[in-house]
Design a binder for this molecule. Sequence first.
Ligand code: ADP
Ligand code: MG
Length: 298
Amino acid sequence: MSHILTISNLTKKYGSLTAVDNLSFTIEKGNVYGILGPNGSGKSTTLGIVLNVVNKTEGHFHWFDGNTSTHDALKKVGAIIEHPNFYPYMTAVQNLQLVCKIKQVTEERISEKLELVGLLDRKDSKFSSFSLGMKQRLAIASALLNNPEILILDEPTNGLDPQGIHQIREIIKKIASQGTTILLASHLLDEVEKVCSHVVILRKGVSLYSGLVDGMNASHGFLTMQSNDMEALKQALEQNPAFGSFKRQGEYLIAYLKQPMDPSEVNEFLFQKGIVLSHFVKRKESLEEQFLELTKQK
Ligand code: ADP
Ligand code: MG
């Protein structure tokens, strides 16, 4: 596996506010990474640091093998971190020609990139006539003109209608399938679930989870129980190592499993302790519930 980006113990402070707090993760070639977190969790700050537009306070990051200067490395990076900005009175193709001149890359790839984002048939339309979704797609085409190793997108579907959102996500998947590594910041769990293979979950600048998107769903579920002696029920369950934590919810006790356990085993265990249940349901949290639980303000 070759490394695209390595971040080690990165911290960014704005006065007394710590926007990014001792963050570490590695980006390997060919994967699609999501930085997922609620607004203000430090996603844009993290992207800004690695793109050299925000100064870090502490820690390190390096691009590729670590022997390339950030300045040179960024020539192999495509990024969209703010709203697309093009000349309104110029056409799509004229805007991209200008980007090629500024970035000093060949104009040969303009048609190919417009095709990829579904704008080839609108190449001679003025930018001002484009919908927000089309503007965002043109920005993606623009960021790809240098055939980057990695494409970085900050909240790429913000403000778009459902159809526009769908188009952008399909384009991102297509770009990834062609081998370009992708790093995408989003506050939307379903976006990360649909598009990404890997995720770093941030809350107040702290990484809460880093790994496969599928691995996020590693919870073993929870049991909702009721008995005529709730205290005895809780005490009995506390003696069983399969349970991690407990929560009282109205008349019910909710017990979270930290290892797999069959409901019939739980029932038998309690029965042996002389506890009879009047209510017993086993359920697994949805990914959304797990995410909300993980990121809720504490
Ligand atoms: P996200 O992109 O996840 O919404 P940001 O990285 O934009 O989060 O912001 C993280 C935190 O840093 C927030 O509390 C935000 O208010 C703060 N912040 C961001 N930029 C600045 C700045 N230039 N000056 C002061 N505080 C900032
Ligand atoms: Mg942001």
